[in-house]
Design a protein around this ligand. Structure first.
Ligand code: 5U1
Length: 677
């Protein structure tokens, strides 16, 4: 092959990087490891540095542009960026539909609506000229926004150049820039660790990230774009239905919402709303409602606008995720490891679809950061499956008698001294096993479904057992008698009998469950599984020195230290011995050498939702059989395990003729290899 000149090599690298970027950020389906991407980008930067005349504005190297701007330029939107009317009930949507039918004079026919989740982010406009991103702007007041080109370029799901062909020579794409919940939590966690200011919610975080004069700051923020309509279009035609326009945008490399759907009539629209409302907490991003748009562009044009909103679209809102309420008191809870967590007692408030009367305050630093006083009016946020949080104080509404929050110096449960960990915001009760709160929390964890799975041993009962002095540690559970149990309040003979049977049944367990059930600090299910697989049985684990522990996947110095501290404490080994003496047992996981790696040399991919196992567990089991588990399907993939909801990876496996099995087949394979779940 003839040696490539720098221009050709640059061109090749750019194409490759654009393609990989699209797979990763728009399709959510990476095909190469990050290291390949980084190597190609480094080579491109090297070549462009040596040949500055070859640098183009749409080169993937140009995402993080030059120096910070002195100020934002104003942008006049050629077509105004509209806002949306709101509906707050199914009836509001029925009325909206009625108004449209009356205005259109279409009789009783059912209108077709494009239904889309309404992302809670920042509306932006992206102008593409001849396929190249020319300008990005905020909505501003709808007529005038701010030029944020330097910042939108850093968002990897914003193409710097449109893909394919057939796009209008001038195309303005509109959409929402948002921050996924996971990115928001991680950003705030980092800020909390550094004692910096926190963002109140993902929307504020997205807004703050876009309003940066220095694009390097924006580039470090986990922002994404979802496109939902077009503005100015010149030099080209778009389809006559909104949903088809979105498909076109997708073909040109823009991310659209995969949950969007076309529905006919208001009843179907209401079902769509209910479906999304039920999934709202599980979505990876905040949504505040559903947008319904008349799908036919010709009908949209006939309906027109009223002041700044289109007549042909409406947003049906979900219950708010933030509300104000009053802080009645702060109480202090003692957790399994003695950590003392301040909990806000609130005047009950309906937020995020439920009534909230408690919210976590994390730690003393958080209280100081919020500047919180008892009696304050506060904003409470509840979104996704994250526990409710107090996100800010409305200081203007502070009442006269507001009291400061003071951290206890002695444990509120056992009165042992409280210590602050060096270099950490955590206060801990030093009572250890004598502290009833720690005893209760440890027993609740031990009995929980994913640990020893003791049916019928609920939180209330654990409290009765500890408060009544019947049980002080997890081993005590296996010495309970029928007489003791029936003597408890609200405990019938049948329930007592059932509990004893459940305790008996729990004795047959697995090593990963047992390790997890012990509640060793920072040892979650995945780590417990890795430890069990690595050491095969309990004695090998207890005897493992720090070095041996560090060889286990996911075990770093902190976890290794917690493990050693646990094993070095005589009292802990005593409890374990009592459990073994009571008959707790599990099959050894040490396997014969010959059968050790039946999947060695194979590459597997796990995609879609699994029922019996988490994807991480499936991955760990497959790895324990010698398989490499990859994140994307390629010609090198041996097999794909696909659960419901599998998308592009399953399709790719079909295209490449890769063997696909379901979860049931995976479970059979694991059972055949003596893997206990
Ligand atoms: N998904 C979606 N969000 N959103 C917001 N579509 C959508 N459309 C909008 C807005 C403001 O406005 C157009 C209907 C004009």
């Amino acid at each position: 092959m003839a040696k490539k000149g720098p221009a050709q090599e640059i061109d090749h690298l750019r194409r490759q990087l654009v393609e990989w970027n699209h797979q990763y950020y728009v399709l959510d389906d990476p095909s190469v490891p990050d290291s390949d991407y980084d190597a190609a980008m480094n080579r491109l930067l090297e070549l462009e540095a040596a040949h500055p005349e070859l640098v183009t504005p749409d080169s993937p190297s140009q995402r993080v542009g030059g120096a910070p701007l002195p100020e934002f330029r104003q942008v006049n939107h050629e077509l105004p960026m509209l806002s949306l009317g709101n509906a707050f009930s199914a009836q509001d949507m029925v009325d909206f539909n009625r108004r449209l039918l009356d205005r259109l004079g279409e009789g009783e026919q059912e209108l077709e609506y494009a239904c889309e989740p309404k992302l809670d982010g920042i509306a932006v406009s992206l102008l593409y000229r001849d396929g190249a991103l020319e300008r990005g702007a905020t909505r501003g007041d709808g007529t005038t926004g701010e030029d944020i080109t330097h910042n939108v370029k850093t968002i990897r799901s914003v193409p710097l150049r449109l893909r394919g062909r057939g796009y209008p020579s001038l195309l303005e794409v509109r959409g929402e820039v948002y921050m996924p919940r996971s990115g928001f939590e991680a950003l705030n966690d980092r800020a909390r660790e550094r004692g910096e200011k926190l963002f109140v919610n993902p929307r504020n975080a997205a807004a703050g990230s876009l309003r940066q004069l220095d694009p390097k700051v924006t580039a470090a923020r986990p922002l994404e774009l979802c496109s939902y309509s077009v503005g100015l279009v010149e030099g080209g035609e778009l389809p006559g239905r909104h949903s088809d326009i979105l498909e076109r945008l997708s073909g040109w490399g823009l991310r659209i919402n995969a949950d969007s759907r076309v529905e006919k009539g208001v009843d179907a629209c209401a079902r769509y709303y209910d479906e999304l409302a039920a999934r709202r907490d599980a979505l990876p991003y905040d949504i505040d409602g559903i947008v319904y748009k008349v799908n036919e562009i010709a009908l949209q044009e006939r309906l027109g606008f009223v002041s700044r909103a289109p007549r042909w679209a409406i947003a049906r809102k979900f219950p708010a995720q933030e509300e104000s309420t009053r802080l009645l008191d702060v109480e202090f809870q003692v957790g399994r490891t003695g950590a003392i967590t301040p909990v806000a007692r609130l005047e009950p408030v309906f937020v995020g679809g439920v009534t909230v009367s408690n919210a976590t305050l994390h730690n003393a630093d958080e209280i100081a950061r919020l500047g919180l006083k008892i009696g304050d009016s506060v904003i409470v946020r509840r979104a996704g499956d994250v526990i409710p949080q107090v996100v800010s104080v409305i200081t203007e509404r502070r009442p006269r008698g507001a009291r400061p929050v003071t951290f206890p110096e002695r444990c509120p449960v056992c009165d042992s001294p409280v210590e602050r960990e060096p270099d950490a915001a955590v206060f801990r009760c030093t009572g250890g096993l004598v502290c009833a709160a720690q005893q209760k929390a440890a027993i609740k964890h031990f009995a929980s479904r994913r640990a020893m799975d003791i049916d019928g041993l609920g939180d209330k009962l654990v409290e009765q057992l500890v408060d009544g002095g019947l049980v002080a540690n997890v081993a005590g559970l296996y010495h309970l008698t029928l007489e003791q149990l029936v003597a408890l309040e609200r405990m019938g003979e049948k329930s007592a009998q059932n509990l004893l049977e459940a305790l008996e049944k729990s004795k047959q367990t697995t090593l990963p469950r047992f390790i997890f059930a012990l509640g060793i600090r920072e040892v979650g299910e995945a780590t417990a599984l890795n430890l069990a697989r690595h050491f095969g049985d309990w004695p090998q684990l207890v005897d493992a020195g720090e070095e041996a522990l560090l060889e286990v996947d996911d075990v770093g110095p902190v976890v290794a230290d917690h493990l050693r501290q646990f094993f070095d404490a005589e009292a802990n080994l005593d409890v374990v011995q009592q459990l073994l003496d009571a008959g707790v047992t599990w099959p050894s996981m040490a396997r014969p050498a010959a059968a050790e790696q039946p999947l060695a040399g194979q590459t597997w991919v796990v995609t879609g939702k699994l029922e019996a196992l988490s994807r991480d567990e499936a991955k760990a089991h497959l790895q324990s059989l010698g398989a490499k588990v990859a994140g994307s399907v390629s010609a090198k993939t041996t097999r794909v395990v696909a659960g419901p909801g599998a998308g592009s990876k399953l399709a790719k496996a079909g295209e490449l003729g890769v063997d696909v099995i379901d979860e049931a087949a995976l479970l059979r394979l694991l059972a055949d290899n003596a893997i206990e779940l």
